[in-house]
Design a protein. Structure first.
Length: 108
């Protein structure tokens, strides 16, 4: 998912969304999915959240150096909101890191 996100984020010819604040909505949805998957991959939710926030900042830093792209604090805020949404969704669905789930199911 991170590789696909980089492919889209670093494309020198971004496609217009056609919806007001559509770019921010794309960031929110993408990072909600990344936050949810990161929560499944990493044992601690704060680590998953910080890792994905760092990834969002990385994307914006790289976009700063792509002539047809621009870095945006608003995009990082949308990324952060998406990560929080993804972590909350994982919690609401009872999804946890695979190893943590296995430990709880094993008999004493």
């Amino acid at each position: 998912m991170m590789l696909a996100s980089c492919f889209i984020a670093f494309d020198p010819a971004p496609r217009p969304v056609g919806v007001t604040h559509g770019d921010k909505l794309q960031h929110l949805v993408a990072f909600a999915a990344l936050g949810l998957v990161a929560r499944l991959a990493l044992q601690r939710a704060p680590v998953a959240g910080l890792a994905m926030l760092g990834f969002g900042i990385f994307i914006e830093a790289v976009q700063h150096f792509i002539p047809t792209r621009s870095a945006s604090l608003g995009d990082v805020v949308a990324d952060a909101a998406g990560v929080v949404l993804g972590l909350l969704l994982a919690r609401a669905l009872g999804l946890r890191h695979a190893a943590a789930g296995a430990e709880k199911k094993s008999p004493p």
